[in-house]
Design a protein around this ligand. Structure first.
Ligand code: FES
Ligand SMILES: [Fe+2]
Length: 410
């Protein structure tokens, strides 16, 4: 993390902890409950927010070599991602141009060509059509027109983004903004290796999962025996760093040990988790020795389902048995904390909300990160364009404005 960012955050957290305060939104925000289950609203959200915007599909270390490929289902679209000979990536709709069979069936592998399981049409790794068995039946077509459908793809900070709409613009540096770009660059996330990964199909709207990630208010209540005791509940620093990107820092209890130290020189990293919210679907948690990438995808049709992939990355893969055991212990803790504790609450919330007679849920002033997400979504879904979260008026505690009533009826 850049020195000037650490200095600013250190001063801020010491003030918050001493003063028992945190960042605040200007007012409470009501969120229409139907955004979590209404079919029409969620159809609009998928089309306007997910299908036309860049979403993270993988980490670069998943495809290190030429001809390495992976396939992923994203909101019902199967995507085939292939590392090219020149080191760049191509992304394709994983569907044969003949009669639409799913082309690559494996989740990952290394191949210089892909053969369709139905009538064995084959394609090169660059997506061009290579051969058609009994090709005289197709003498009338221009084969150069029948390559795989290409999707926009970009790779930055070790993350691979695609857009599910062919021809859509894609420039990640532009999308996340200069400040977020510089901050992510400072961690050299592209130098890390994926060491654990798991994907969960869960009976929750994707926003239930996202809300949980962005919630420093629940820590001691939902996680009293796991991670709760290590963190300061309801103390956080939120900074909007780009048009679709924010930093959410939470502090460890160990923050108390740096009281009295000079914010300009103190090493803040052991005392925080720095979370990056890259809208719409990616959440990156940077810790001193590892980082995590969470990607959340809505189900293709059902608002009450979503798929989340958790990825755990280390600078170096474990070198010996002891490091392997340490990794396994941390991974199990993450999975238990998220899948059992957070999602235990989330699954029940999702089940109960539609018939609860609650029309609006409430997000407090101390829940500015959730207001940021829902304010942005409401603006995008209701075509108000990109909502700008108003900059804080006072240095500490920061107060974010301009989020209430910004199309949240959507
Ligand atoms: S559908 Fe792929 S070869 Fe026929
Ligand atoms: Fe949690």
């Amino acid at each position: 993390m850049q020195r000037h960012v650490q200095t600013e955050l250190a001063a801020r957290f010491l003030e918050y902890i001493n003063g028992h305060t945190t960042d605040y939104a200007e007012a409470e925000m009501e969120i229409p409950a139907k955004t979590y289950f209404d079919r029409e609203y969620n159809d609009a959200e998928r089309e306007k927010v997910f299908r036309t915007r860049p979403i993270v599909i993988a980490h670069s270390s998943e495809l290190p070599n030429a001809d390495d490929f992976i396939t992923r289902d994203l909101i019902g679209t199967s995507v085939l991602l292939v590392r090219q000979r020149d080191g760049r990536l191509k992304a394709f709709s994983n569907v044969c141009r003949h009669r639409g069979a799913k082309l690559a069936l494996e989740e990952k592998g290394c191949a210089h060509r892909f053969k369709c399981p139905y009538h064995a049409w084959s394609y090169n790794a660059d997506g061009t059509l290579r051969s058609i068995p009994f090709g005289e039946g197709f003498g009338g077509i221009d084969r150069s027109e029948y390559g795989l459908i290409e999707l926009p793809v970009d790779e930055r900070h070790g993350m691979i983004w695609v857009v599910l709409t062919p021809g859509a613009p894609l420039d990640i540096a532009d999308q996340i903004g200069e400040d977020m770009d510089a901050e992510l660059a400072s961690f050299e996330l592209d130098q890390y290796t994926l060491v654990r990964e798991a994907t969960y199909d869960e009976p929750m709207n994707w926003k239930v999962v996202a809300d949980g990630f962005m919630d420093p208010y629940h820590l001691q209540f939902v996680h009293p025996k796991t991670v709760g005791p290590f963190f300061n509940t309801n103390v956080y620093a939120l900074d909007v760093l780009g048009p679709n990107a924010a930093r959410l820092v939470v502090s460890r209890r160990s923050m108390h040990t740096i009281k009295g130290e000079d914010p300009a020189t103190v090493d803040l990293m052991p005392h925080i988790i720095s979370n990056y919210i890259l809208l719409p679907n990616t959440f990156v948690a940077v810790e001193p020795n590892h980082f995590e990438i969470w990607t959340i995808s809505p189900h293709a049709t059902d608002p009450a389902r979503s798929t989340t992939t958790l990825r755990f990355l280390l600078r170096e893969p474990p070198k010996d048995e002891k490091e392997e055991q340490y990794l396994e212990k941390n991974w199990k803790l993450l999975v238990h904390t998220v899948v059992d504790e957070d999602w235990g609450v989330g699954r029940a919330l999702q089940q109960g909300l539609p018939l609860s007679n609650i029309e609006k849920t409430l997000s407090g002033r101390n829940e500015a990160p959730i207001q940021f997400l829902h304010g942005k979504l409401a603006a995008l879904v209701s075509d108000d364009g990109d909502l700008e979260m108003a900059p804080p008026e006072t240095p500490y505690p920061r107060r974010y404005g301009n989020l209430v009533g910004s199309g949240t009826e959507g």
